[in-house]
Design a protein around this ligand. Sequence first.
Ligand code: ARG
Length: 588
Amino acid sequence: MKKIIDEISDILKGAFEKAGYDGQYGRATVSNRPDLCEYQCNGAMAAAKAYKKAPIDIAKAVADEIAGCDAFEDVQAVMPGFINIKLGKAFLAKYLTGMKNAEKFGVEKPENPLTIIIDYGGANVAKPLHVGHLRPAIIGESIKRISKYMGHNAIGDAHLGDWGLPMGEVIEETRLRHPDLPYFDPDFNGEYPKEAPFTISELEEIYPAASARMKEDEEFSKKCHESTLRFQNGEKGYKELGQHIISVSREDLKKNYANLGVSFELWLGESDANPYVADMLKNMEESGVAHESQGALVVDIAEPGDKKEFPPCIVRKSDGAAIYATTDLATLVQREKDYHPDKVIYVVDKRQDLHFLQVFRTAKKAGIVRPETELKFIGFGTMNGKDGKPFKTRDGGVLRLEMLIKQVNDAVYERIMSTREADAEEAAENAKIIGLAALKYGDLSNQATKDYNFDIDRFTSFEGNTGPYILYTIVRIKSILRKYYEVGEKASSDEIKCAMSDTEKTLMLQISRFSDMLEGAFNETAPHRVCQYLYELSDAFNSFYHETKILAETDKEKQAGWIELLKLTEDILETGIDMLGFEAPDQM
Ligand code: ARG
């Protein structure tokens, strides 16, 4: 289906042409004065320059051309040359009927679906998820779901941190505790045990113990570095033990991400890119893209027009070791080979922006990705506490994600129990669903690049621009529909009726903007646009609800019309929250 704004623009275009002007001036925008009109066209101002006429004269001539058109119920040319438009009720109802009966509310399939890889995990093995992993998980998952809804082939990759020093640390600490394990015996020739020598809880204790020991014991620290290298070089026992670290962690991470409603199509890690490193570096050297500098291999990435001086990208350190950029580049080699992506989106802390600039420019320069491949860095801001300072536990440590989720769920639970009589068990179940919405919406409603303050009281409130408010609206609609059908009514119509009040029309207008909004959210990689839309939709619904006695209405046909509108509203709200990565409970 055509977006409603395009339908309006088409009519305007025709009117400009009939009045003797170029059709390109006939473009509609959503009104920035909703008190005066719903849509506006500012084309007369631009046309005035080209045709050397007064803008108001052009606007009037165009308005006259559309005067009789039944898509609009009011068209005004106002000074200095705006064309203000109110949509016709029948036109709007027909558009909504189309949405209701179309697949995906009329969102059109892309002509050429894109393959989009979204890299939004970045959790490190042997360490529990902490608040720092919350933002990429939430934002990335939403970007993926929006992309899929739009009809693209979106692939999420966890890109685990499984290649650095923590690997050597865990290996050495394990050696101290269980020196007899075969992994440490260079002469061992048998089959290594299938069972890992640690559980996830042991692993989570081993890693910090090793880190603490490293700080005090230089000898130990040296061994950790050595073991890391041996693991990276694929030495038998080290590789085997490393694999156990990775798989035990991965299983646990899967569970924890699942609790957040986050899943990945690919559970690859930095280590999976290693097989591509050697050839990649060789190619870069041979083609002259990379050159030696103080023993290291580097790629110059400065480009004419840069406003700042950017340091070269180091792809191999002077000691021969691969570094972060090497891994990210080799991962792109792997992705190109396996998926041939049109776009790769990285959802990573914005403080890594220089790293990604270096990686992207190097990847293009070295031909690792095709020139037309879009590499996009979505650098997110910091999540701060209510006081505006980085989120910490009371004793200054990093907060485990589980603890944060629990705090949110507890706050929601309290709220439920204080507002109504609820069964404790049921309230606890609902608190989990609502808590996740509070957490995710609180994050996603901000533009990703901005820092934000995590305010549990505000995020869990059932009123205002919050996740629970959206859920509350859905629950309210569900409850009306339930009551309606309970008394044996069974409205079911393919048609959405004309609005009978201003609030009803406002609701319908908001619904009609769904595909327009979604296209914007996808093109700008901006889940906050979905949030804003759902918030406005909820508000529009609640205003309509407060002044309309739906269930008490005696005119059955009128009532049936509203029921259809409610169903459409609920469908869209539920679709929207699914794109944000959460769902609604049956009751609140
Ligand atoms: N593991 C990294 C870290 O903890 C984040 C990885 C982000 N993704 C990437 N492709 N570099 O900082």
